[in-house]
Design a protein around this ligand. Structure first.
Ligand code: HEM
Length: 512
C-alpha cells in the first residue's frame, strides 16, 4: 500500500494537475486566441474624441456653454467626435458634411429623441411632437399638426393675431418710453406668449391691451430651465435616485403639475363652449370626434401639443428678436439701412402690416444673419441613434446620443467669410436659406425633425422687428456706448442674452 502513503499523494496530484493543464492549454489557448481575434475584429471603431476625460468634466461642459467648448474640442478631434457623457455614448457633429450625413443620409436612423427625464415628463410620457421618440404615433401626430396648425393656411389664419399683438407691443413701448428706458427682453417674451396663447386658446394671457407678464411667464421659465438642466438619471441611469436627493425630481413634478393644471382649465373651458372655433385647442378637440383620422387623440395628446407650442415657440422667437435688436444697436450702419428701407417703403402709413413684410428685402437679410450668429437652439434638440450604423468609416452604436452643433456650423470659416462678423449683406447674392436644405446654415434643424413652426415663428419676428424699426428710434441708456453692450449668453434649452436688453425708445412722429 505504498502508493497510498502520505508522501506519495502530493507528487501524484501534481502530476495529474500538470497533465490536465497541458491538455487544457492544447484546447483552451487556441480558443482564447480565436475569441480575442474575433473580439478585436468586432470592436467598433468609434469616432475620435476625449473619451478618457473624467465624466464630471464633460457634464460640467454641458452645464456651461457647451457649443463653444464643444467647438474647441471638435477642432482637435474632428467634426465627428465621440464623448462619454456620464455613461451615455454621445457624438458631436460640427461640420456641414457630417450634419448632412446625420440629418439627411441617415435621417431615419437619427430621428428619435433620447428618453431624457424632463423630456418624458413634459411630453406626457411621449405623447408630444418635440420630445417624444420616433414612432407610428409620433408620425401621425406630426402629420395632423402640420395639416391643421403649422401649414400655410394656419400661418395666414393667425395674421390678424400677429398684427394685433405687435400693435399692442408698440403701444406699450409708446406708453413706457415716456418714463424711461424699456425692457425689450421682457416685452418680447410677453409678445410671443400672447401670440401663442391667442393661437392655441383663442385669448391673451396678459392684462387687456398690455404687453406685460402673466402667470405663464414664470412657469415657462422654470420649464425651460428643467428641460435644459442637468439630471443624474439622464447620464447615469442607475443613479436616478440622486435626483430625488438634489430636489430636481420634486421641482420637475411641481412645475409639470402646475402647468398641467393651467392647460386642463383651458381645455375644460373649451369643452364648455369657451374659446373660438379657429384656435388650436378647438381644432384638436374637433379632431377627437372625427373617426376618419384613424388616430385617437387623447386629452394628454392635446395638452402635450399645446405645451410644445409654448415651449418651442416663445423663447426661441424672443431670443431672435432680442439678439436682432442687440446686433442692430452694435451695428448702427445696419440699423440705419434697415430703418431707411422700412420707412422709405411705408412712408406715413402708420404701421407695418404682414403684407408689407414681403417687400422688406434687407430686413429679411438682417434676420437671417441673426439666425446665423445666434441660433436659439445651438445644439438643436438632441437626437438618438436607433440602430448600429456607420458614418464616415466609424461605427456608431445603437442608442448613441447625437448633438448637432449648429452654432459652430453656422460660424464655420470654411463656409462663411469673416464668419464672426455681423454682415447681413453676405446673404445678398446667394440662395442660402434656413429651410433645412443648406447644411452650412441650420437654425431650424433639418430632416424629419425639422422645426415645424418655422413659418409661424418667422412671420412674427419679421413683423415685430419691422414695426420696432419703423415706429421708434433706438438709443442705449445714458452713459452707455455700443462697446458696453453685454453679449453674454445663457443657455438652457434656448440660448438667449444673459441680461435683459434695456433701450431708450423715441417714437417717430407720423404725419398723416
Ligand atoms: C422662430 C424661431 C424658432 C427657431 C429658431 C426654432 C428652432 C427649432 C429647432 C432647432 C428645432 C429642433 C430641430 C431638430 O431637431 O432638427 C425645433 C423643433 C421644433 N420646433 Fe421650433 N423653432 C422656432 C419656432 C417655433 C415655433 C413658433 C413653434 C411652434 C409654434 C415651434 C415648434 C417646434 C416643434 C414642435 C419642434 C419639434 C419638432 C420635432 O421634434 O419633430 N418652433 N425648432
Amino acid at each position: 500500500m505504498a502508493f497510498l502513503s502520505k508522501e506519495n499523494k502530493a507528487p501524484k496530484a501534481m502530476e495529474f494537475l500538470l497533465v490536465f493543464l497541458a491538455y487544457s492549454c492544447l484546447f483552451l489557448i487556441p480558443i482564447a486566441i480565436f475569441l480575442s481575434v474575433k473580439a478585436t475584429q468586432r470592436r467598433p471603431r468609434l469616432p475620435p474624441g476625449p473619451i478618457g476625460l473624467p465624466f464630471i468634466g464633460n457634464l460640467y461642459q454641458l452645464g456651461k456653454l457647451p457649443y463653444r467648448s464643444l467647438r474647441l474640442l471638435s477642432a482637435k478631434y474632428g467634426p465627428l467626435m465621440s464623448l462619454k457623457l456620464g455613461c451615455m455614448p454621445t457624438i458631436i457633429i460640427s461640420s456641414t458634411e457630417m450634419a448632412f450625413e446625420i440629418l439627411k443620409t441617415h435621417d431615419l436612423v437619427f430621428c428619435t429623441r433620447p428618453p431624457l427625464i424632463a423630456f418624458k415628463r413634459y411630453s406626457y410620457g411621449g405623447l408630444d411632437i418635440a420630445f417624444s421618440p420616433y414612432s407610428e404615433q409620433w408620425k401621425q401626430l406630426r402629420k395632423i399638426s402640420m395639416l391643421e396648425v403649422f401649414n400655410a393656411k394656419g400661418v395666414r389664419a393667425s395674421q390678424s393675431i400677429r398684427e394685433e399683438e405687435v400693435n399692442i407691443l408698440v403701444q406699450t413701448i409708446m406708453r413706457q418710453s415716456s418714463s424711461g428706458p424699456v425692457n425689450l427682453s421682457e416685452m418680447s417674451f410677453c409678445l410671443f406668449n400672447n401670440i401663442t396663447a391667442q393661437q392655441v386658446f383663442g385669448r391673451r394671457i396678459s392684462a387687456n391691451g398690455e404687453c406685460t407678464s402673466s402667470k405663464y411667464q414664470g412657469l415657462l421659465r422654470e420649464t425651460f430651465s428643467l428641460l435644459g438642466g442637468f439630471s443624474f438619471g439622464d447620464f447615469f441611469p442607475m443613479m436616478g435616485w440622486l435626483d430625488v436627493l438634489t430636489g430636481v425630481q420634486a421641482r420637475l413634478e411641481r412645475s409639470f403639475h402646475a402647468m398641467d393644471q393651467l392647460l386642463e382649465e383651458e381645455i375644460e373651458k373649451h369643452m364648455h363652449g369657451g374659446g373660438n372655433c379657429d384656435d388650436v385647442v378647438s381644432t384638436l378637440l374637433g379632431l377627437q370626434k372625427d373617426p376618419t383620422r384613424g388616430f385617437s387623440l387623447s386629452m394628454d395628446h392635446i395638452k402635450a401639443v399645446v405645451l410644445d407650442m409654448f415651449i418651442a415657440g416663445s423663447d426661441t422667437s424672443t431670443s431672435i428678436l432680442v439678439w436682432g435688436m442687440t446686433e442692430l444697436m452694435r451695428n448702427p450702419m445696419v440699423m440705419t439701412k434697415a430703418q431707411d428701407e422700412v420707412r422709405g417703403l411705408l412712408g406715413n402709413k402708420g404701421k407695418v402690416e404682414q403684407s408689407d413684410v414681403q417687400r422688406l428685402h434687407y430686413l429679411k437679410l438682417v434676420v437671417k444673419e441673426v439666425l446665423r450668429l445666434h441660433p436659439p437652439g445651438p445644439l438643436l434638440i438632441p437626437r438618438e441613434c436607433m440602430q448600429d450604423c456607420e458614418i464616415n468609416g466609424y461605427d456608431i452604436p445603437k442608442k448613441t446620443r447625437a448633438y448637432v452643433n449648429a452654432w459652430a456650423i453656422n460660424r464655420d470659416p470654411r463656409h462663411w467669410q469673416d464668419a464672426e462678423a455681423f454682415m447681413p449683406e453676405r446673404f445678398e447674392d446667394n440662395d442660402i436659406d434656413f429651410k433645412g436644405q443648406h447644411f452650412q446654415f441650420l437654425p431650424f434643424g433639418s430632416g424629419r425633425r425639422i422645426c415645424p413652426g418655422m413659418s409661424l415663428g418667422m412671420a412674427t419676428i419679421d413683423l415685430a422687428l419691422a414695426n420696432l424699426l419703423y415706429r421708434f428710434d433706438w438709443d442705449l441708456p445714458v452713459g452707455m456706448s455700443k462697446e458696453d453692450i453685454d453679449m453674454e449668453e445663457q443657455f438652457d434649452l434656448v440660448m438667449h442674452r444673459k441680461s435683459n436688453l434695456v433701450l431708450v425708445a423715441t417714437p417717430v412722429p407720423m404725419v398723416p
